[in-house]
Design a protein around this ligand. Structure first.
Ligand code: IVH
Length: 680
């Protein structure tokens, strides 16, 4: 290709990629598969590597993060980035309205824009001739920090405007204000992932978003699921809208993500009622919001009203009823998880927050208690955010009386009394005693769970009863329990006891892979268990496996391999396996086993096109191994279409039916994600 053609092609690619990125991350309606997207991106990356002079500031290849920064530059804002006054109830909103009506009669007939007040990090985005050139934090409102590199990793941020099918033209200069947030679902998934990797989890989406954007290394920022919602123009051209609802519409047309829950209200009472309604739905919003912002729609009138300090008079934050309260931390308890991990929780003087009475809350991990210097007897701030379990934010140091007691890290397991250990490189503290009763309860629960031995009726409550009554001291003891034993437990009558024994007995039919999963070895979930079962075919063979042999199995890395070897080497575990064998629980795996129950159970896949590394047969067996079925044609009931290069009419049908489309790598990450959920 001639040099000129190459630069034309690069431009074409940038446009296409930015457009598809917008379809995916802003509109949530992609029109090409992830695979096709990756192909475009790769082509651009290759061109830019060969001809670095083609790299432009709006290139989508820059979303993965660049060189770490030494520090952030301080940058002036083109106009002050204002704050907002607060109203804590409807009467305070009405009082605000009366105050400003007295200043200007036009207010009496005003209409309003009502938007969620997003709880994130304010960002200021600069566009020159449609190109995103700089983004900063709010800072002190006059100066912010230049976090351009980090912001470029945010997928829903347009690198060039307008995006999409529109005939609007990019203004010469545009400075937009928005809020960087992490959606609730993405937040929880991220924390699960971090926890699994033994890394520190985040307290709330706001902290996570703000921490990630203030990272000096943008490659790290790129790994965090940050979203953006824009709601104001800080600087633009004269022709720009002079009403807030039109500003939102204009931003949307330019390709910015905007808060969908924006309302136009004809009068103040209407605005208040939108706020009240949203407050009731706050937990169902996809993001955390701490109120609504009521804005006078006429921006000229709003500007004429001026400010009080840093708060514009023309808008007010109508806060949702507090979900942060203070209460007394009566004690700190600890839980023992199935893998022996010890986690602290707060025992609180019961208090109502967000309509629910709370007497316990999470304290994350022991480092958190130390860092926040949380002491027993402290008044603590407690927050309930959405569906999430309430958490302690920190102590109210000012009201300390002096009799609060610093917390000592537990040295012994609260359940079995054995010394606790901190594993190298992990924040977590563990009880490593395999016969610890608290772990045993969790182990039993896991052994009986659906993906494992599937014992109907055996949940955590009965597991606890069995352990507390001394009937069961490892999972193999389940097979020795009698009806008479069960009748000694509270809530058990003849029928219930018989049903449970029958359900236990039914586990003799379970496959080897289920049993391996049921053992609860760390890192060995449904998929790894399936791989192990297929490879070793019996528990004897697995018991003898070496680190090398295990690492040789596709999908098993050195860490899991080591955990398995260690687990097998422990005497108590060897004894457990012996007992299971004596009880007759010793399945082997034959050749050519059918679809295993797994994370894809009940799902139908259709393959189309050529995948980058899997043959058709391999893809089929990968899906089959996780319990999925592969079918030849796409229907409305198809769960996923997996598309590769030169995908044909099946892809079109999938698009027409709205069947989600995966490529090879998204298929793999779906497996990983599902497994995390499964094991979490
Ligand atoms: S308007 C002059 N609209 O809330 C206009 N702010 O307490 C001032 N915020 O840091 C801001 N969602 O970043 C506005 N829809 C929204 C908002 C919003 C969240 C933040 C804003 C500011 C804080 C003010």
């Amino acid at each position: 290709m001639a040099k000129k053609d190459i630069s034309v092609r690069a431009e074409e690619l940038r446009q296409q990629i930015n457009y598809h990125n917008y379809r995916y991350h802003v509109l949530n309606s992609p029109v090409i598969s992830d695979y096709e997207f990756d192909v475009l991106l790769r082509e651009l990356q290759e061109l830019e590597t060969e001809y670095p002079e083609l790299l432009t500031p709006d290139s989508p290849t820059q979303r993965v993060g660049g060189q770490p920064a030494e520090r952030f530059q301080r940058v002036p804002h083109p106009a002050p980035i204002l704050s907002l006054g607060n109203a804590y109830d409807a009467d305070e909103v009405r009082a605000w309205f009366e105050r400003i009506t007295k200043l200007d009669d036009r207010v009496a007939g005003a209409d309003f824009s009502v938007e969620p007040k997003l709880d994130g990090l304010t960002v200021v985005l600069h566009y020159e001739n449609g190109i995103f050139t700089m983004g900063s934090t709010r800072g002190d409102g006059e100066y912010g920090e230049d976090i351009t590199q980090n912001l470029k990793t945010v997928r829903s941020l347009p690198l060039r405007i307008p995006v999409g099918e529109t005939d609007v033209e990019a203004p010469r200069r545009l400075v937009v204000r928005g809020e960087a947030i992490i959606l609730r679902d993405a937040f929880e998934e991220m924390n699960r992932r971090l926890e699994k990797a033994g890394e520190r989890t985040y307290v709330n989406p706001r902290n996570a978003a703000s921490g990630a954007l203030r990272q000096l290394d943008s490659k790290l920022t790129a790994t965090r699921p940050i979203s953006l919602l824009c709601y104001a123009i800080i600087q633009g051209e004269d022709s720009q809208p002079s009403r807030q609802v039109e500003v939102i519409e204009y931003l949307k047309q330019m390709g910015f993500p905007i808060p969908e829950e924006t309302y136009h209200c004809g009068d103040l009472e209407g605005a208040i009622s939108v706020g009240d309604k949203m407050a009731r739905r706050r937990e169902k919003l996809p993001y955390e919001a701490d109120g609504v912002v009521i804005k006078i729609n006429d921006l000229i009138l709003a500007a004429d009203l001026g400010f009080v300090g840093k708060d514009p008079r023309g808008a007010i934050a109508f806060k949702f009823p507090a979900q942060v309260v203070t209460t007394t931390l009566e004690d700190i308890g600890v839980n023992v998880g199935r893998t022996g991990v010890i986690t602290p929780y707060a025992i609180l003087e019961p208090i109502e927050v967000g309509g629910v009475t709370v007497s316990q809350a999470t304290l994350h991990n022991f480092d958190f208690i130390e860092e926040k210097d949380i002491r027993i007897g402290d008044r603590v701030l407690l927050k309930r955010a959405g569906e999430v379990i309430p958490y302690v934010i920190g102590p109210v140091v000012d009201v300390r009386k002096g009799n609060e007691k610093p917390y000592d890290l537990p040295r012994y397991c609260p359940s079995c009394g054995e010394p606790l250990e901190q594993l190298a490189g992990e924040v977590a503290v563990y009880c490593v005693n395999a016969t610890c009763p608290a772990q045993l309860v969790r182990n039993l629960e896991h052994y009986a769970s659906r993906g494992a031995m599937d014992i109907e009726g055996l949940g955590i409550r009965i597991a606890r009863q069995l352990v507390e009554a001394g009937l069961v001291s490892d999972v193999a003891d389940l097979y020795q329990v009698t009806v008479d034993d069960l009748l000694t437990l509270e809530g058990f009558a003849e029928k219930k006891a018989e049903n449970l024994l029958q359900a236990i007995d039914a586990t003799r039919e379970r496959s080897l892979s289920r049993l391996i999963n049921a053992l609860g070895i760390r890192g060995v979930g449904v998929t790894v268990a399936g791989d192990l079962a297929r490879h070793f075919r019996s528990l004897e063979a697995l018991q003898k496996a070496t680190q090398e042999e295990l690492e040789g199995i596709e999908g098993i890395g050195p860490n899991i391999a080591a955990t398995i070897v260690d687990w097998m080497a422990q005497l108590s575990n060897a004894e457990l396996l012996k007992k299971l064998q004596l009880a007759g629980i010793w399945p082997t795996e034959g050749e050519g086993v059918g679809a295993e129950p797994g994370i894809f159970s009940g799902m139908t896949f259709v393959l189309t096109g050529k995948l980058p590394s899997l043959t058709r047969g391999e893809a089929k067996s990968l899906i089959g191994r996780h319990g999925g079925k592969v079918s030849g044609s796409v229907s409305r009931r198809t769960t996923y279409v997996v598309a590769g290069e030169s995908a044909g009419s099946k892809l079109d049908r999938a698009l027409a039916f709205g069947v989600p489309i995966l490529n090879e790598s998204s298929l793999r990450s779906l497996i990983e994600r599902k497994e995390t959920l499964d094991e979490g």
